[in-house]
Ligand binder design. Structure first.
Ligand code: SAH
Ligand code: SF4
Ligand code: F3S
Length: 459
């Protein structure tokens, strides 16, 4: 409960599971509640209101969120706190979410987050529990509130997903694809740059579909560089926002890797040399059953197209092991694709059937220990491939956008290269988050680069 002398409406803690879109939503919720008079707690122990932002993408992700919610809403741990769930699991389960967690005060879906201040007030007034999963086709404009402070920010540009990969729950919980008008994205980025943000990441589940299902620019608007596709035009417009130094966008899809996008990545100042381009499998048979819309050769051709435009491009990817019917031979084709694509980093997931998706009707016939084995093999492969790419950077000097003290050792700072590599370095006095510094790389691990600052150069 609110401490005596605490003038705020209460202290909030938001715990986040899931993707960058959920991270972005959590930040927006926190900022919205701060605007409504709440303060932010450093951890759940110090909070009067705990909100868990849930993910449904794999069963394990849901189990984690449910476990967390049960723990904090149990009578022993509750101590008068308000406990609520938001996010994709609420959209998926609706009222059933409260049945799975006893004592939940509210459950609000991803398109109803703007109602949270009123929901919390209503719970306080004894009108809980409140369940509002909402309709993903309504309330489409996302929240634009941000917390002040950091040098980097996420900005939603495309909501929902129309790709319907056969294993994926996201289109079912996030609704149809809808693109924010360019002007609305620009207003948000301008406000961010005005409060000191130096790097934005434009978010969409399949971000290259930006502008595909609805118009995002006025018919008479012209692109200075003559771009005709909506995403290159947005990159160009965002790059013109004063104060902004870097632009990223994610996640990519090979179908969207057009020559024009390659040109935009090469020519538009500030667009980073990195793309997260999930491949999921290297087997055409599996890709087809996943409904991904490309073959392994198409994928590699898309990569080659982008690398022809941006030779220093870093690539990261997602892979699913143990998809229904995946044989040892399919798996080896994935290994071969990883070798051919030379990913800088890869996230590997064990296939998890999601109710309501087509793949969930097929036998989940790769045993769990075999999924585990394939997972380990790919992790080992990637460690070798990623380490070799990073070791090639030893002896070079890279530009790093300083983000702040490293979590592991606060005497050192962490930042990122334009290729999205984490770099750990010793700061010099007066260094500010958001500065771009040159670091001379003298050591490389599979995930991280290290080195001293190069002579006095701060951009
Ligand atoms: N929109 C993004 C992916 C979002 S989900 C994209 O397509 O680029 C993040 C990753 O989770 C996916 O790329 C996929 O590798 C994995 N994933 C999705 N559904 C899954 C499932 N049912 N089982 C295991 N992994 C899954
Ligand atoms: Fe899911 Fe496929 Fe859409 Fe990505 S592109 S969110 S994997 S349906
Ligand atoms: Fe999970 Fe929802 Fe993102 S299901 S991956 S949090 S869109």
């Amino acid at each position: 409960m609110t401490e005596p002398g605490d003038k705020g409406a209460g202290r909030v803690f938001v715990k986040t599971y899931g993707c960058q879109m959920n991270e972005r939503d959590s930040e927006a919720i926190a900022a919205l509640l701060v605007r409504a008079g709440y303060t932010l707690a450093a951890d759940e122990a110090g909070a009067d209101i705990v909100i868990v932002n849930t993910c449904s993408v794999r069963e394990k992700a849901e189990d984690k969120a449910i476990g967390k919610l049960r723990l904090i809403s149990s009578a022993r741990n509750r101590r008068g706190r308000i406990v609520g769930a938001v996010g994709c699991m609420v959209q998926r389960l609706g009222g059933a979410a409260t049945a799975r967690v006893k004592g939940l005060d509210f459950a609000v879906g991803p398109h109803r987050l703007h109602t949270l201040p009123a929901v919390i007030e209503a719970v306080r007034a004894g009108r809980g529990p409140i369940i509002d999963a909402g309709d993903p086709e309504e309330d489409r404009e996302p929240l634009t509130d941000h917390l002040p402070g950091g040098p980097t920010a996420f900005v939603n540009i495309l909501l929902g997903c129309d790709r319907y990969c056969t294993y994926c729950i996201v289109p079912h919980v996030r609704g149809r694809e809808w693109s924010r008008p360019g002007a609305s994205v620009l207003r948000e980025v301008e406000a961010l740059a005005g409060q000191g943000v130096r790097e934005v990441t434009l978010l969409g589940q399949s971000v290259m579909s930006y502008g595909r299902t609805n118009a995002v620019w006025p018919a008479d608007a012209v692109s200075p560089r003559g771009f005709t596709e909506p995403l290159p035009r947005l990159l160009e417009a965002v790059a013109a926002v004063p104060g902004l130094r870097r632009i990223r966008f994610t996640s990519g899809h090979p179908v969207g890797c057009s020559a024009e996008l390659g040109r935009a990545m090469a020519e538009v100042p500030g667009v980073c040399d990195h793309l997260h381009l999930p491949v999921q499998s290297g087997s055409d048979r599996v890709l087809k059953r996943m409904h991904r819309g490309y073959t392994a050769a198409d994928y590699l051709a898309a990569v080659a197209r982008l690398r022809a435009a941006v030779p220093t491009l870093a690539l990261t990817s997602d892979i699913i092991v143990g998809f229904p019917g995946e044989t040892q031979e399919d798996f080896e084709q994935t290994q071969a694709l990883m070798e051919a694509a030379q990913f800088d980093n890869v996230y590997i997931f064990k296939y998890s059937p999601r109710e309501g998706t087509p793949a969930a009707r097929w036998a989940d016939d790769v045993p769990d220990d075999e999924k585990m084995r394939r997972n380990h093999v790919l992790l080992r492969d990637q460690d070798r491939l990623g380490l070799a790419l990073n070791q090639a950077l030893v002896g070079t000097t890279v530009a790093v956008l300083a983000e702040g003290p490293s979590l592991r050792n606060t005497a050192r700072w962490a930042g990122r290269t334009t290729t999205n590599k984490i770099v750990i370095f010793e700061p010099r006095p007066g260094l500010r988050a958001g500065d771009i510094v040159s670091v001379q790389i003298d050591r490389a691990a599979a995930q991280t680069l290290y080195g001293p600052l190069a002579d006095g150069h701060v951009a």
